[in-house]
Design a binder for this molecule. Structure first.
Ligand code: ING
Length: 315
């Protein structure tokens, strides 16, 4: 049996002025707790090193180009990973023989900005990176909003898609936050045999386009991850940065979900919390080789619209 003991390392709020060194200390505390509990893998949230800065309009805002006072905006991005402030986390994880995934804001050497996750094996080697594909929110400052969701201003949509990796004794993949709401995210990795998908998220409870959804945020959060897990016969680990962060109430509810779609473990607080489960990767076969035997039952010749059409067109 190929079991992997996994910790979803949920984070509570990160303050706007919280030094990265203090955040890294929190991450290392969670890493220690996970190691003491016998975990081989720790999954950290999206943008786990800083506050969720897309909630603010941090540049001069008008027009398409980001201009104006970039000092604060640029301060939220990492130009290398690991780097001086995160190296202690990488070193400690390697010392403990625990792998991890970590979400952060990436600034490439040619100035491109991505919402990125790095995956590190138990021996400290970098398995791979994932750059967020589905970028929610809006591109320009909308002052009438209680708070902004300017991810589409501060991050590029990745063109690299959803890759999977042979690591941790199985086939693993990554996605980020809004990606978890799109069934294609799970299916593209399911078609590559994925057995574990790691997803960090920052999800404000208040949804400006339709506040009627506010009360359903928790339901929608688990709904999409449970469906994705079941329909692709994979484990899914969803990890929040939750709690009230700089005045914005954000969903917690981190969870580890089995290939059956059942929630194997979930968070009970909105702060820093380890959610731990022992995941049998061989359980995936119970679904991949029966109900969801893709090669036997799928009809891709019937699904052409899924890749040929972007928006819905009614008859
Ligand atoms: N956050 C959100 C998410 O998809 C969002 C965007 C906010 C959706 C509020 C619905 C309600 O969970 C990110 N960072 O993608």
């Amino acid at each position: 049996m190929r079991t992997l003991r996994i910790a979803a390392a949920q984070l509570g709020p990160i303050a706007r002025d919280e030094p990265r060194s203090e955040v890294v200390a929190r991450l290392i505390d969670l890493l220690h707790g996970a190691a003491e509990a016998g975990c081989q893998l720790v999954v950290f949230p999206e943008l786990a090193l800083t506050t969720f800065f897309p909630r603010w309009h941090l540049d001069d805002g008008e027009g398409d180009e980001i201009t104006g006072d970039l000092t604060e905006l640029d301060s939220y991005y990492e130009t290398s990973m690991p780097n001086a402030v995160t190296q202690p986390l990488f070193d400690e994880a390697q010392r403990l023989g625990v792998g991890f995934s970590l979400g952060y804001a990436e600034m490439t050497s040619d100035g491109r900005r991505f919402n990125t996750t790095i995956l590190v094996e138990r021996d400290g080697s970098v398995v791979g990176h994932y750059r967020k594909v589905h970028i929610p929110g809006h591109e320009t400052h909308e002052p009438e909003r209680e708070f902004q969701h300017l991810e589409r201003r501060y991050f590029e949509e990745s063109q690299e898609g959803f890759g999977v990796y042979s690591a941790f004794g199985g086939v693993v993949g990554m996605a980020t936050c809004n990606d978890r709401r799109w069934p294609e995210t799970y299916r593209v990795m399911g078609l590559q045999g994925v057995e574990l998908i790691m997803i960090g998220y920052n999800t404000p409870i208040y949804y400006a386009p339709d506040p009627g959804q506010n009360l359903l945020q928790g339901f929608h959060n688990h709904l999409v991850m449970q469906a994705g897990a079941y329909q692709n016969g994979t484990w899914v680990v969803g990890v929040a940065k939750g709690g009230t962060e700089e005045g914005v109430e954000s969903l917690a509810q981190s969870a580890i979900i089995a290939p059956s779609g059942q929630i194997a473990a979930q968070a009970v607080t909105t702060g820093d919390e380890l959610v731990i489960a022992t995941c049998d990767l061989d359980w995936c076969k119970q679904y991949k080789e029966t109900l969801f035997d893709f090669d036997r039952y799928r009809r891709p010749e019937m699904y052409g619209l899924i890749t040929s059409r972007k928006g819905a067109i009614s008859p």
